[in-house]
Structure formats: structure tokens, C-alpha cells
Write a protein that binds this ligand. Sequence first.
Ligand SMILES: [Zn+2]
Length: 142
Amino acid sequence: MNMQLESHKSIAPYEPKKGEEYMSPEQLLHFRKILEAQRAELCREIDRAVHVMQEGTTIFADPNDRASQESDMALELRNRDRERKLIKKIDETFHKIDSGDYGYCEKCGVEIGLKRLEARPTASLCIDCKTLDEIREKQMAK
Ligand SMILES: [Zn+2]
């Protein structure tokens, strides 16, 4: 889920005014814009890939060609799967913006922070909970 999207870079980071409250309407609008741009970019990417896949279904006579085509396809499918998951995550994040939960950690409720959200607008955990999660995941993988 660490995809860097072009659209994201084109939106300048939010500069809060002095004394501005966390997750003010302006801040929410800013993150909504980033998320909308990311979502549009992902949809374009999926559309493009679908065309490539449709054009790429040549039947090769050589089994080696066939094998490499199949692994290309598998890679494409994995990428698509990742993009779809990210779109789902973005949609969930829109719901959070609407319900007023955006910007707060799902586990402990602390502010996730503008800096972290700027880098990962779909972040749903604070850095502490995220780090703990990752440690746990590593231990499970052992
Ligand atoms: Zn937390």
C-alpha cells in the first residue's frame, strides 16, 4: 500500500493558520481533494490496464512465451488487486470524513497528525499503533 501517486504530489501540503483547530473544515477539504485525485488516478490506471490485458491475449505457440505471458498477467492482476484495495480504502476514508472520524486513530483515538496524513491520507492508525501492528505482523510471519 505504499504506492506514490502522481496526483498526490501536485497538491501542495496544507499550511494550517495560527491557532487553527485540528481537522478544521479547510483541512478536511484539503484531504478530500487529495483523496479524490488519487481515486481518479487509480481508476484511470485500472482502465488502462484492462485495455492492455485485452490486447495482450495473444496465443503464443512457444510454451516459453506462454509462460512469460502468464506471469506478466499474474503481475498485472496483483497490481490491479492492490489498486482496488486502495480505492476501497479511499472510499472508507471518505465515509470517515463525512462522519467526523477522519484524522483520529482507530485504535486509541489520538490525533494522527497533519504530517502523517499528508504522507498517507488514508492512514487510519497513529504512528504508535501502526508501529505496534507492524511488529506484531512480523512476529506472526516468523
Ligand atoms: Zn493509536
